[in-house]
Structure formats: structure tokens, C-alpha cells
Design a protein around this ligand. Sequence first.
Ligand code: TYC
Length: 102
Amino acid sequence: ATDGGRGTGVITRTEKKLKKPNMYRVLLLNDDFTPMEFVVHVLERFFQKNRDQATQIMLHVHQYGVGECGVFTYEVAETKVTQVMDFARQNQHPLQCVMEKK
Ligand code: TYC
């Protein structure tokens, strides 16, 4: 808001800095080779899912080709993607994990 009526042209921001951050979906992609149990383990280990939640998400990805693991701020989403891709590669599975802006 402008203020003072002093004609200085100075604009002050009186709002508090409470901008909502951009949010990113982390997605798993289906493939024909990664074992179902490995995908369930990934969801438990990196996305704090319980066994039932993880199994449901894995089966959704298996059936529809893609599924959401969670929604995070940019840096957290990027870290999850890197962790999953590194873990899959270490175990020689072709599992793909990506992020997309919501
Ligand atoms: N389609 C895989 C299979 O039949 C299982 C799978 C599920 C792979 C989810 C990747 O993100 C994935 N073994």
C-alpha cells in the first residue's frame, strides 16, 4: 500500500510473508520388470506408507501406468526422486520415479 500522503512514491508491503509454496507430485511409473515387492518396499521406505497403502499404490501403478506417491515442496520432491532412482539402480531395477508441478 502507498502511504503517508507525502508524495514520496514509496510502497510498503504490510502483508506478512506467507506465500504458499509450489507443490510437486512425486509419481512412480510402471514397467514390466521391477518386482511388485520392490515397489511396495520403496513406498514404505521413502514415502512412509504402511503395507496396505503401499500395496494399493503399487497395484494402481501396475494397472494404470502411473501413480502418486505423495505431494511435496520442490526440494523434498527432488530428494525423493533421487533417492528412489538411486535405490532402483543399486538393485538393478528399471523403476522410474518423476515429479510434476501440481
Ligand atoms: N508391473 C510390475 C510387475 O508386473 C510391477 C510394478 C508396479 C513395476 C509398479 C513398477 O512402479 C511400478 N512386476
